[in-house]
Design a protein around this ligand. Structure first.
Ligand code: ADP
Length: 479
């Protein structure tokens, strides 16, 4: 049996700020079902330690992990096998796991996550409590320095390393002067190694030194090697393109199941069952009955998500009798733009905040779900939409391109369409896409699209097999 240590800075349901947590939380069970054992190394944030309370046993100790003692606990929580890095001076803090009360990164973030990497490398080399991984699976920049620490231990030959890039926008830059404090090698601090324009780049370290690279959709894997999407790392990714593979994320089809979802007013198995949920959703957002499609959008409100463009195109949707209910939170500026637009556009209602249960009710009640992202490594909400028969209207980028089949004439004739894709992502193209959506909604195609959508395979099964295959390829004795 292949043993994998997954190194993640967040993991659902224990601690989550985005899609990375969903992936880290779902993979262990999906892999377990096909005979791969995955243990997850997590920082000992207060909520993680609380979940482990009473069940943890110490398996490793560090006398001084950059400013304080630390230990690693082995425990089980929320159905996950965990190794928890209990280092109070680094992780015992209230609030957001990455940001201080001022809304900025904790100043010692480079240290905090380098500590996670150093301990991951130690476990890769020595094991923990008798458990020895074959593979270290690194998630994003927070785990990116691990191969460097492994190198320092001359242990790189004994364990395989896989880095998954969930979002290239976050690169883990740190001042060069921290190298000594972090115990990073001199060798490699150059353009071919882990230096990025005079700084340490934890993500680049992972990209250069991990045995294999993945990202969360095949299209994003291709996009990452282009200047438009690579965010400065496209060159190094091109040089490692042979080792880079896109593996689509799945969704948790247990908690996202319209037939059993406890958040819904009326759980359902077929598109016809959406009616009561739609009426309830309209009531919840104080929207009247209308002739066009009820659209929803659930998102972090950041530049990436394209909400600014979308709002300029929404009048076309409303003019056709459609409606929009939006749930989101994020940057104060975009929140204000959303609030202001909702105040003056009848048929558009917005809720600012983060509300998991409401997000389920919205997908259940919606005719369509909108994802107009400028870039989207994989995206999860369009897959929730498919499973719940809310047709995705998406930008043609990243995982959105890989999970939705555009209702073009050929796909309609073949009976395989599941949504609408927009390209290029402009206000004009979005407005045209709304027209297309409304035309489809009024046509006989609509129920066919809904059935197609609900039949799509959006779970983890296929991708878990791809990961298992990848691990097998980079087993240490595989050469
Ligand atoms: P990203 O990781 O870039 O935020 P994804 O689509 O991959 O985008 O994942 C976002 C996840 O967060 C989804 O599960 C989505 O439903 C959830 N989400 C985002 N904003 C909210 C919100 N305001 N309320 C509830 N859930 C939200």
């Amino acid at each position: 049996m292949i043993r994998v240590l997954s190194i993640a800075s967040e993991c659902a349901p224990l601690v989550k700020t985005g899609g990375l947590a969903d992936v880290a939380g779902a993979l262990p069970a999906a892999l377990g079902a096909i005979g791969v054992e995955m243990v997850t190394l997590l920082p000992g944030y207060p909520q993680v330690l609380a979940a482990c309370e009473g069940t943890g046993t110490g398996v490793l100790e560090e006398d001084d992990l950059w400013g304080g003692p630390a230990r690693v606990l082995r425990c089980r929580a929320a159905g996950l096998d965990l190794l928890v890095l209990d280092a109070p001076h680094l992780f015992d803090r209230p609030g957001n796991i990455y940001l201080g009360p001022d809304g900025r990164d904790w100043p010692d973030n480079p240290m905090r996550f380098a500590a996670l990497c150093r301990v991951a490398a130690r476990i890769g080399a020595e094991g923990a409590g008798g458990w020895m991984p074959h593979i270290l699976h690194l998630h994003d920049w927070q785990a990116g320095l691990t191969p460097l620490y492994l190198g320092a231990r001359s242990a790189r030959a004994s364990v395989g390393t896989v880095l998954t890039i969930h979002n290239i926008a976050f690169q883990g830059l740190a001042p060069a002067a921290l190298r000594a404090d972090l115990g990073l090698p001199e060798a490699g601090f150059d353009v071919e190694g882990y230096e990025y324009f005079g700084q340490i780049s934890a993500l680049k370290a992972g990209i250069v030194y991990a045995d294999r690279l993945t990202t969360v959709s095949p299209t994003y894997a291709r996009e990452l090697t282009t200047p438009e999407f690579g965010m400065g790392l496209d060159g190094v990714l091109r040089s490692r393109a042979q080792k880079l593979r896109g593996i689509l994320n799945g969704i948790d089809t247990g908690s996202w199941n319209p037939a059993t979802d406890p958040a819904l007013v009326a759980p359902y198995k077929t598109p016809r069952g959406k009616g009561r949920n739609k009426a309830a959703l309209r009531a919840e957002f104080a929207l009247p009955a209308a002739s066009g499609p009820l659209c929803v959008l659930i998102s972090r409100l950041t530049e990436q998500k394209g909400i600014d463009l979308l709002l300029q195109a929404v009048p076309r949707l409303l003019a056709r009798g459609g409606q929009l209910a939006l749930l989101g939170s994020g940057g104060a500026e975009i929140e204000t733009v959303v609030r202001d637009a909702a105040a003056v556009m009848p048929g558009f209602a917005a809720r600012i905040g983060y509300d998991e249960a409401l997000s389920h009710r919205m997908v259940a009640g919606a005719d369509a779900i909108l994802v107009p992202s400028r870039f989207e490594p994989c995206g999860l909400t369009q897959m929730f939409g498919l499973r719940y028969g809310a047709l995705p209207l998406v930008a043609l980028t990243g995982g959105l391109a890989d999970t939705v089949i555009d209702a073009n004439p050929a796909a309609l004739r073949a009976g395989v369409a599941t949504g609408v894709q927009v390209h290029p992502l402009t206000v004009g193209a979005l407005a045209d896409a709304f027209d297309r959506l409304c035309d489809l909604y009024a046509s006989d195609h609509w129920p066919v699209l809904q059935r197609n959508a609900m039949r799509q395979e959006v779970g983890w099964q296929a991708s878990a097999r791809d990961y298992a295959e990848l691990y097998a390829e980079c087993l240490p004795d595989h050469g």
